[in-house]
Structures are given as C-alpha cells and as structure tokens.
Design a protein around this ligand. Structure first.
Ligand SMILES: Cc1ncc(COP(=O)(O)O)c(C=O)c1O
Length: 396
C-alpha cells in the first residue's frame, strides 16, 4: 500500500471523505488522491516521492508556479512582524490600491478570506441595494458554497432564454452573477457580444451585474476578463491569484454600492482574518510580478504553441476549450458552449485519460467540469512533453 493510500485511509477517520474540499477526494476520477508533500515551480511531489508536472496549481492560484521566490521572501518578511492583528495595516491599502489600478471598475474594495465570502457578500450587497431578492446564475456556474434563496438559472450563451427570465421577473432581479468565462463547467467561452448583452439587459432593469472573477481575475491578463472583453460590471469578486496561495479574496465596485458596506453603511460584513498581513504580502508580491510586462508575455508565448498544436492534433471526439492560461479537454464531438453541451463529455473516458496522465507524471485537475491551468514556470519543453503525453494517452 502506498503512503498516499495509507494517508487517505487515516484522513477518512477524521475528515468527511478524507478531505477538506470535495473535489480533492478524486471521486470524479476514481482511485485515491496522491497526498502532496511539496511543490516548487511547475512541479508537485507526493508523499511517496512521485513527481508531477502540475496543471491544477491549487485550482488556478499559482500563476507564477509553486513557491515563487519573490512571494516567499515577502511572506517571510511579514511573518517576522506577526501573523494577524485584527487591526488595520498599511499592506491592506497597498493591495487594494494595486487591485484598483489593475481593474478600474473597483472604485472601492473589501478584502475577505475566500471566494465564497466574496460572492456571498456581493450578493448580500446587491440585494440590499436593490431591495430585491431574486438572483440569476448560469447553469453550471459556481460561486462558492453559500446557500442562496430565490435563484433563477439560465443557460450560458443563450440570449433569448435570459431575455425571457428578465421579462418574466421584470424589475424583481437583484443581481446577475456570472463567471465571465465559466470555468466550473470546464472552460467555456462567451460568444461574441454575450457579455455586452448581459450588461445592457441588467442596466435596463437596474439589476446589479456581478462578475465573479475568482478564477479569471489576473488569469486572463492584467485587469481580468472585464478588461479582456471590455465589459464593466457593477461589482467584481476576486480570489485565488490575489492571495498568492494564502487565504485572500475581495469584492468591490462602484462607490455608490460599496459605501453601503459597514462601517460606512448598513450592510454588515466582517472577518477576523480579513486582510491578514501574510496574505496581503503574498498577494502584493504576486501582483507586482504580474505587473512586469514580460510575465504575461512569456505565459502567452508558451501557451500559444501548446494550444495551437493540441487543437491541431486532437482526435475529432475530443474538444479543447481554452483562453489565457486555462483550458479543458472535453470527451465529446460536440463543442462545449454551455452546461448542457459540456455534459455530453464522457466521464468514463475522462477518468481513464486522467489516470494515464497521472501515471505519466502529469497532474491535471481531477474532475471533468473544472479548468486546468498553466503557470509562468511551465517551460516550452515541459509543455511540449505534456502535449505528447496527452496525445499518447488519447491514442491508447
Ligand atoms: C468562480 C468561482 N467563484 C467562487 C469560488 C469560491 O472560492 P473559494 O473556494 O475561495 O471559496 C470559486 C472556487 O473555485 C470559483 O471558481
């Protein structure tokens, strides 16, 4: 029995399913998950000493790879002065200022500790601001695990369906929350003009448009999806990359809305560890690396060849969706353009493919309806090698 298998059995004694977040349990692909001992650059090592080229990257967190020296140095410096004070620090303003400079729609920002907190707080704010209860989400969209009442679901990329919901619930919808590029049904791209259409539709009924950029923020480039597509939401949620591997997330937007947040306004939202110094230091260090033009340029150059070659050489019953440094392979002949078409992917084929990759030392996100990610530390040689491993696994 491997040490990972023993560790998983021991974990199951105390943790539901042996994990602290369900998708880590490998239910979607079967088998026992490798337990990880350490990460460096583009690689992970498990407790049995196996080495993997990592395309999960803590679910999109590590755009600079694991343990980037500049980030580790910044966190170490902060640790020397203490872990958490529950009192304001200058680092919080520095991070907020940098986020606002990258994403101009962030007139004011509240820092929180997880993406779930960011989205649930943004929804609470939108409900208070509009005095309405209903929230529209997309089929297959994920915005954290908080339970939300009065949710209406619409298929992605379907304008008539969305118009129908807004007509039926006219002036009763508090917010439309959307991942501008959904990654939680696998990566699916918005069709031309779809996000601008949502902007117009929501503005016409004074519905708050929330972009959940927990994944896309700083993944699609400096300024996130809203900069990439040129569509400005009322509120934006961020997470993952902005904490550099420590718990930090944020929501923010128009002054008019954000001034309703306590203590300026009546919408109560608080956090013992919100804006805690090591997380702020990590986030700042990551963003400062991303601000150097060569970081995104390198990422773009390295991924371009990988995606072009992969698209060209895939068999016709496998589809690649990708944008920026994120992608998903679907095991279907139909292009995934919404949740329903994504669901035509064969989960059995995905699971077989997944384990072939794992045996070859390539760690993908262990579920079909998730994204895989590439970091600035994945070299062209590593991506080229991965390309051949993927194609061999598909051919076998
Ligand atoms: C788009 C999106 N929103 C929100 C969340 C929730 O973030 P967290 O896991 O930090 O609570 C996630 C998590 O994967 C996400 O992908």
């Amino acid at each position: 029995m491997s040490r990972s298998a023993r560790a998983f059995a021991a974990a199951k004694r105390y943790l539901p399913g042996g994990v602290n977040s369900p998708v880590r349990s490998f239910r979607a692909v079967g088998g026992a998950p490798p337990f990880i001992r350490r990460g460096a650059g583009a690689y992970l090592w498990d407790v049995d000493g196996r080495k993997y080229l990592d395309f999960c990257l803590s679910w999109g967190v590590h755009i600079l790879g694991h343990n980037p020296p500049a980030v580790v140095r910044a966190v170490r410096r902060t640790l020397a002065d203490g872990l958490s004070f529950g009192a304001p620090t200058e680092l919080e303003t520095q991070l907020a200022k940098l986020l606002a400079s990258a994403i101009p729609s962030l007139e004011k920002i509240r820092l929180v500790s997880s993406g779930t907190e960011a989205t649930m707080s943004a929804l609470k704010l939108a409900r208070y601001y509009t005095g309405r209860r209903k929230i529209v989400m997309l089929e297959g969209g994920y915005h954290g695990h908080a339970e939300q009442p009065e949710i209406l679901r619409a298929p992605f990329n379907d304008r008539p369906a969305m118009e129908k919901i807004f007509a039926r619930h006219k002036n009763k919808i508090a917010a439309l929350i959307i991942e501008p590029v959904p990654a939680n049904m696998g990566v699916v791209l918005p069709e031309a003009g779809y996000l601008a259409f949502l902007r117009e539709l929501t503005a016409a009924q004074k519905t708050v448009l929330i972009f959940d950029e927990v994944i896309t923020g700083f993944r699609l480039g400096w300024g996130g999806a809203q900069n990439y597509f040129g569509v400005t939401p009322d509120l934006t949620c961020l997470g993952k990359i902005i904490g550099g591997g420590l718990p930090a997330a944020a929501y923010g937007g128009k002054e008019e809305l954000m001034s309703l947040i306590a203590p300026e306004g009546p919408v109560y939202q608080a956090g013992t560890l919100a804006g805690n110094p090591p997380a702020m230091a990590a986030g700042l260090a990551v963003l400062r690396e991303l601000q150097k033009p060569r970081t995104y340029q390198t990422l773009q150059k390295n991924t371009e060849y990988f995606f072009t070659e992969l698209s060209r050489r895939l068999p016709p019953d496998v589809q690649l969706n990708h944008l920026g440094a994120m992608f998903t392979l679907f095991f279907t002949a139909a292009k995934a353009r919404d949740y329903r078409s994504a669901q035509t992917s064969s989960l059995k084929k995905f699971a077989r493919f997944y384990h072939k990759l794992l045996r070859a030392g390539v760690y993908f996100s262990p579920a079909q309806f998730e994204a895989d990610f590439i970091s600035a530390r994945h070299t062209p040689a590593e991506l080229g090698r991965t390309l051949e491993i993927i194609l061999a696994a598909l051919a076998a």
